[in-house]
Write a protein that binds this ligand. Structure first.
Ligand code: KE4
Length: 445
């Protein structure tokens, strides 16, 4: 049975239960005019089979599809919606801001306000530049590091995904891993040659690479918790070794906290693990669901960035007033006392429930969590890197996905993605999720 047909047969069984006729019709139309019918690959459900669910609206912890089905949502737009969907204060602020117009292409006080909020929470950053996506943030941070050091090579880790800039699609870990195509066509070999890829959590391999190549290495970019092969935690001491080796050889350490920022902890993974990177990339949460990315770091590096310095980087909609407004409102709410205690309490309740459900159902899974990002791997192997993540049984995961979907729980449509929880997920939502998981684990056994 081919990979695709198995998944399609499987999804068909799930489809019947939720009657997603309109989603199918829309997907047919979309597939004629948009590559793969989607504007970002993982949304196409190719890793789990069947057709994607077309969403009409979201509210709190729920999303509603075009056929009127409701789901408890653990994708949350891949991380940004830590307050939940359509958070009233965010929507009200956006409505007011939109009445003043949508974009000026000129500086606004809003950009100062969001920059100040970010710098206050990430003291490793002296200056920060707003862009429109995580891809732009990492691409620009690497260019600034190359401009600052005068070196060309970069180090990244297998399975880490930092967006789709050419030099980073070298064993990327997000969609590419799910599609089993670690290198993307269209990336010139000359670009890939400048990217050294190392297994995550492998301090010895890192030491060897740096000892050999340090003179030509501009920067090392890392997801301090890897959210693009599921959820992989740094081994004790690994991030400290990364910091020590990069410091010793004047290699710029870039923490890609596009996903972990304000997610693993208020101050991100750098606060949680107590590591001070030279540069940080942010995105997702700081845009509150609107397109925002940001990169920042030590002033001597950031002063290289145009127009202060010679490293060029620009963006028509960078610092857009609507995106800034959504970000400012979101971060102000997150700054309130007790918010992260509540997030932690809910996330640990969910974790306990999911672990218990798979044990009771007799299904071997490995569950990992960092703050409110998490992943259940269908494997009996400890997952510490890309290789061990790939021991997960993706067919079993696909069955689990379909079983959860028909029970009204929307998890990431790929084994190699992280799940997210929001402030809006109630204890009742978690109870319903755990019950659905127990029934689903039993069903796929
Ligand atoms: P964007 O260009 O998609 O805004 O951000 C790229 C990026 C950079 N760094 C990290 C750590 C990221 O997780 C991402 C994007 N994450 C994926 C989730 N696997 C976005 C979802 C998608 O590609 O559709």
């Amino acid at each position: 049975m081919t990979h695709k047909s198995f998944y399609d047969r499987l999804a068909a069984s799930a489809e019947a239960l939720v009657e997603r006729k309109k989603s199918h019709q829309l997907f047919e139309i979309a597939s004629e005019i948009i590559p793969g019918g989607v504007n970002s690959p993982v949304r196409a459900f190719q890793a789990v089979g069947g057709n994607p669910v077309f969403i009409e609206r979201g509210r709190g912890s729920k999303i509603y599809d075009v056929d009127g089905n409701v789901y408890i949502d653990y994708v949350l737009s891949w991380g940004p919606l830590i307050l939940g969907h359509a958070y009233p204060k965010v929507i009200d602020a956006l409505k007011k801001a939109a009445e003043n117009g949508t974009s000026y292409g000129a500086p606004t006080a809003l950009e100062i306000e969001l920059a100040q909020l970010v710098l206050k929470v990430y003291p490793s950053m002296d200056k920060v530049r707003m862009v429109n996506s995580g891809t732009e943030a990492t691409m620009s941070a690497i260019r600034a590091a190359r401009g600052f050091t005068g070196r060309d090579k970069i180090i990244k880790f297998e399975g880490c995904y930092h967006g789709h800039a050419d030099g980073l699609l070298v064993k990327a870990g997000s969609g590419a891993t799910t599609f089993g195509v670690p290198d993307s066509p269209g990336v010139p070999k000359s670009y890939a040659r400048n990217t050294i890829t190392i297994p995550y959590n492998d301090s010895a391999a890192l030491k060897t690479a740096i000892t050999k190549e340090w003179k030509s290495i501009a920067c090392l970019i890392i997801e301090p918790v890897v959210g693009n092969i599921g959820c992989v935690l740094p081994k004790p001491g690994f991030l400290e070794t990364v910091r020590k080796l990069t410091e010793r050889h004047n290699i710029v350490l870039i923490f890609d906290e596009v996903m972990t920022g304000f997610r693993v902890a208020y101050g991100g993974a750098q606060a949680h693990y107590g590591i001070r990177p030279d540069m940080t990339c942010l995105g997702k949460v700081i845009g509150g669901g609107l397109p925002v990315g940001a990169y920042g770091g030590r002033k001597e590096i950031m002063s290289m960035v145009s127009p202060e310095g010679p490293v060029y980087q620009a963006g028509t909609l960078s610092g857009n007033p609507l995106a800034m407004t959504a970000g400012i409102t979101t971060l102000k709410i997150l700054s309130k006392d007790g918010i992260y205690d509540k997030l932690e309490q809910r996330a640990s309740l969910l974790a306990k429930g999911l672990i218990e459900a798979s044990r009771k159902a007799g299904i071997k899974t490995r569950f990992y969590r960092a703050g409110t990002m998490f992943c259940s791997y269908f494997t009996d192997t400890d997952v510490v890197d890309y290789k061990t993540a790939k021991t997960a049984d993706t067919e079993k995961f696909a069955r689990f996905f379909a079983a959860m979907l028909k029970r009204g729980v929307y998890i990431a449509p790929s084994q190699f993605e992280a799940g997210f929880l929001s402030l809006a997920h109630s204890e009742k939502d978690i109870e319903q999720t755990v019950r659905a998981a127990y029934e689903s684990f039993k069903e796929i056994k």
